[in-house]
Design a protein around this ligand. Structure first.
Ligand SMILES: Cc1ncc(COP(=O)(O)O)c(C=O)c1O
Length: 332
């Protein structure tokens, strides 16, 4: 693990890479009482030449700095921190099987360590990174999921911190996910407001492909970054890849609000084409149905498969870049 301590008086101290080990913290440490914690999730991949590659680490660094700044934790130099993560990954390289689908999951974490029960900005912090090898999310091919649209709880709200990757955003989301699981759904879908705006799915961003009723054009749509949506690195990448591919085929690629009712109407009128979640863990997660207000909104899949064509294409393109099969790609 990589550890870097920070104090308000001395700033960042020398980084250390040590064996994975327990932390020793005073029980009064502010992380335990007031949730001074933020984190990132990223992966290192091994390319055909045996080299390790991080996927767009600058985006994770920017997001971690934005999260830490919001909860009065210190910020850091993203480039230097990426170099340190690179050193850790090199040391752990033997744990990453050199096969498509396998990677080293990297979890940068920052906590406030100040020993005080007084509520205030932490005078000390610890930035650390742990890793774990991960295998393919879908070892036997895609498995489309069903969602329960949560109408009794919200994940984020305007003026809140839904766009930050802070621990305190995650614990309250488990209960609705457990409730959905109890009723047989793999994930819950987060809605917002009386309009039932579609926001995110579990801990993934959400994409919907449909034929837009007013323009008659095919559209790939995702909720806009209005402060309530986590700014997914995969989301941003999918949007860009979609603009470069579907965009050239006449599709509209949109970041704007849309409602569950609009999705239901599209399904009822045969205009709904596909839906999938996007995130670092799975890259894309095809969706086959959403239960909303007691009714199932069915999402089409490509015949004989557990996915739609866009999710399949996105997975292929993303993996090609992540595993270094695209020479000189800027996201390597
Ligand atoms: C709430 C939430 N939304 C979306 C995402 C997807 O983000 P990314 O693509 O950066 O993994 C995550 C995962 O980090 C998340 O926790």
């Amino acid at each position: 693990m990589l550890s870097i301590e920070w104090t308000a008086t001395d700033g960042w101290l020398a980084p250390r890479i040590t064996p994975y080990q327990n932390l020793s913290l005073d029980p009064a440490s502010c992380v335990f009482h007031y949730s001074f914690e933020c984190f990132e999730g990223m992966k290192a991949y091994v390319d055909p030449n045996g080299r390790t590659r991080l996927f767009r680490p600058d985006r994770n660094m920017a997001r971690l700095n934005s999260s830490s700044a919001r909860i009065a934790l210190p910020t850091f130099d993203g480039k230097q921190f990426t170099d340190l993560i690179g050193k850790l990954v090199e040391l752990d390289k033997a744990f990453i099987p050199n096969k498509r689908g396998y990677a080293l999951y990297i979890r940068p974490t920052m906590i406030g360590t100040q020993k005080t029960l007084g509520v205030g900005p932490p005078g000390s912090a610890l930035l650390y990174v742990i890793c774990s090898p991960v295998g393919p999310y879908y070892p036997t091919g895609f498995k489309a999921i069903t969602l329960e649209a949560t109408t009794y709880a919200v994940r984020a709200w305007p003026g809140g911190v839904g766009d930050k990757k802070i621990g305190s955003n995650y614990a309250p989301c488990i209960l609705p996910q457990q409730q959905a699981a109890k009723r047989g759904f793999q994930q819950n879908l987060w809605l917002f407001g009386e309009e039932n705006y579609v926001t995110e799915v579990g801990t993934m961003n959400l994409f919907v492909a449909w034929v837009n009723k007013s323009t008659g054009k095919k559209e790939l749509i995702t909720a806009p970054l209005d402060g309530t949506i986590l700014e997914g690195v995969t989301r941003e990448s999918v949007l860009q890849l979609a603009k470069e591919t579907l965009g050239k085929e006449g599709w509209d690629i949109s970041e704007r609000k849309f409602t569950m009712q609009e999705m239901k109407n599209a399904a009822d009128e045969g205009r709904l084409l596909e839906a999938f979640g996007s995130g670092t863990a799975a890259v894309v997660s095809p969706i086959k149905g959403i239960e909303w207000k007691g009714e199932m909104v069915n999402v089409p899949l490509q015949e004989g498969t557990e996915s739609g064509p866009i999710a399949q294409k996105v997975m292929q393109m993303m993996n090609d870049i992540q595993y270094g099969h695209v020479e000189g790609h800027p996201w390597r």
